[in-house]
Design a protein around this ligand. Sequence first.
Ligand code: SF4
Length: 72
Amino acid sequence: MDLGEGLVPVAVDQGLCVGGGICEMLEPAVFELDDDTVISSVIGDGLLPRSRAEAVVNRCPAQAISIAEQEQ
Ligand code: SF4
């Protein structure tokens, strides 16, 4: 198995999130904005292929999304 292209878990720092929903637009199965606070949460298993996880990390304007690296 190629771990480099494996699934990685993503997380949102809700203290940094400023809303806007780029994450939800890019990956609606993994991110959901709260209807009231407009702050993002991870939903479901929170797993994305590494390349897509890195893309959404890079697109977040608040640096609120991170990849939780797993033990080898
Ligand atoms: S892209 Fe970043 S700032 Fe925007 S809603 Fe998602 S986590 Fe929040």
